[in-house]
Ligand binder design. Structure first.
Ligand code: SAH
Length: 225
């Protein structure tokens, strides 16, 4: 069974203590958005990892998940979330559900989240945890995120959590006017965090931030075989 080694839903005082320390470490690294820090303090990251990695869940590190993918470093999650400027009810599309942790952070902030993953196994695992957490405002989809979710467009915010060599043109079209897209843009070795603002039907502006390293954005989808 693919789900046998999933963590139990326990969130102990020890987990909560470790989480608080992690949040303070992220604050010290320069993240000052209190709503983002509060969400990091709320979401039990250890539930999104395999049991074997539980002890490392509250270190500020990326960790392996299935299918050769990674759960982003908490600092990176905080960084992208702060750039995205979400509020309660903001409609967000995330490309690259992975573990589901980033989607849960956005969910904890009260956003209406649509998240897509191209690996069916990761999609199912993330969906299961998000459902168990009772996050009715986070919806998980299995598919190729470069195509977006046209039936639910436009989105106030679009967040790509894998490395893009180009901005997917279909996603630009699904961004609301006045909306923001945050993505790591570059080659496979290093990407520059980029924020795109849709200014009008045809005008988009770009801002550049720090450099990061993500797993690649790939086309197509992979079913469990
Ligand atoms: N946000 C995730 C990060 C996961 S890593 C988390 O919090 O854990 C990036 C994920 O993007 C991987 O799971 C990868 O399979 C997925 N991905 C890559 N290309 C994709 C695409 N075209 N559509 C959907 N997901 C994609």
């Amino acid at each position: 069974m693919p789900f046998d080694n999933l963590n139990t839903m326990e969130d102990t005082f020890r987990h909560k203590g470790l989480r608080k320390r992690m949040v303070e470490a992220i604050r010290d690294k320069g993240i000052s958005d209190e709503a983002v820090l509060e969400a990091l303090n709320t979401v039990p990251r250890h539930l999104f990892l395999e049991k074997a990695f539980e002890d490392k869940a509250y270190e500020d590190q990326a960790m392996p998940i299935d299918e050769g993918q990674t759960i982003s470093q908490p600092y990176t999650v905080a960084y992208q979330t702060a750039l995205l400027k979400v509020q309660k009810r903001t409609k967000v599309l995330e490309i690259g559900t992975g573990s589901g942790y980033q989607a849960a952070i956005l969910g904890a902030m009260g956003a209406r989240v649509y998240t897509i993953e191209r690996h069916e196994l990761l999609h199912l695992k993330a969906k299961k945890i998000i459902d168990q957490l009772g996050m009715l405002n986070v919806r998980c989809y299995f598919g190729d995120g470069t195509k977006g979710l046209g039936e639910f467009a436009p989105f106030d915010r679009i967040l790509i959590t894998c490395a893009a060599t180009d901005v997917p043109s279909l996603l630009l079209k699904q961004l609301a006017i006045g909306g923001l897209m945050v993505l790591p843009l570059g080659d496979l070795n290093v990407q520059t965090m980029t924020r795109i603002t849709r200014k009008s039907e045809t005008d988009y502006s770009h801002e550049k931030f720090e450099e990061f390293r993500f797993v690649p954005l790939l086309g197509g989808k992979k079913e469990i075989n």
